[in-house]
Design a protein around this ligand. Structure first.
Ligand code: DC
Length: 216
């Protein structure tokens, strides 16, 4: 069984996807972490994310693996370096390139098929990676609420952050993710859309589990 959870940055999809996977004892697949790991490589090598030719030729020589919560870039555990706003922004830029997406989608499908039972989260989990997913959830919330959550998350990790800056970045990233030509972030009619503004984690979690029981 495959559960796809998609949505914009800060919609709460990672928190929920992890909890759903835990509750059902499913494999959790964070596809954003893979784009972020590749973005880190682009940054480290000083490549301009707007330079499509260089970025695309780099992906062909890149190895990305995920294991639970950890992501490996060319064999190195880079999990602790990928959660910054800067990397999120570079990830969003390089995720526009069809060749990059093709590479990622191929790996993500393999991971999902191997896992058999998986919760896969991202932007295109239920549209491109697994269009036949058993349950498709689209999580959303207002940009202001998402910015507040991001600020909280980053603070907990010890980063000093400014709310207005984060809000601006979220709006920028939404624009790139929603408006790109290749696999834009958009729920099809077979998604259950959940607006998490004002909802607790428990409420959202129970709602998803109930939908799953109903589907079965
Ligand atoms: O979910 P996240 O914030 O970790 O994702 C980082 C960026 O990666 C996001 O802004 C767009 C891109 N991404 C994507 O295009 N497709 C996915 N399935 C996951 C992430």
């Amino acid at each position: 069984m495959i559960i796809a959870i998609d949505g914009p940055a800060g919609s709460g999809k990672s928190t929920i996807a992890k909890l759903v996977a835990e509750r059902l004892n499913f494999t959790y697949i964070d596809t954003g972490a893979m784009y972020r790991a590749f973005a880190l490589k682009v940054k480290r090598l000083g490549i301009d994310p707007e330079d499509q030719i260089q970025v695309v030729s780099l992906i062909e020589n890149t190895d990305i693996k995920i294991e639970g919560d950890k992501v490996f870039l060319d064999g190195e555990d880079v999990s602790q370096f990928i959660r910054t706003e800067e990397i999120g922004n570079i990830a969003s830029k390089i995720a526009r390139y069809p060749q990059v997406r093709k590479f990622m989608v191929k790996m993500q499908r393999q991971i999902g098929i191997k896992a058999k039972n998986a919760v896969i989260e991202g932007r295109d989990a239920g549209t491109v990676i697994f269009p036949d997913a058993d349950l498709k959830i689209f999580m959303t919330a207002s940009p202001q609420v998402r910015a507040e959550r991001r600020v909280q998350q980053l603070k907990e990790k010890g980063f000093l952050v400014d709310y207005n800056h984060i809000l601006q970045k979220i709006i920028e990233r939404d624009k790139m993710d929603y408006e790109r030509k290749e696999s834009p972030l958009r729920p099809t009619e077979d998604y259950i859309v959940i607006d998490t503004t004002g909802k607790s984690i428990e409420e959202v979690l129970d709602y998803i589990i109930n939908n799953l029981i109903y589907k079965k």
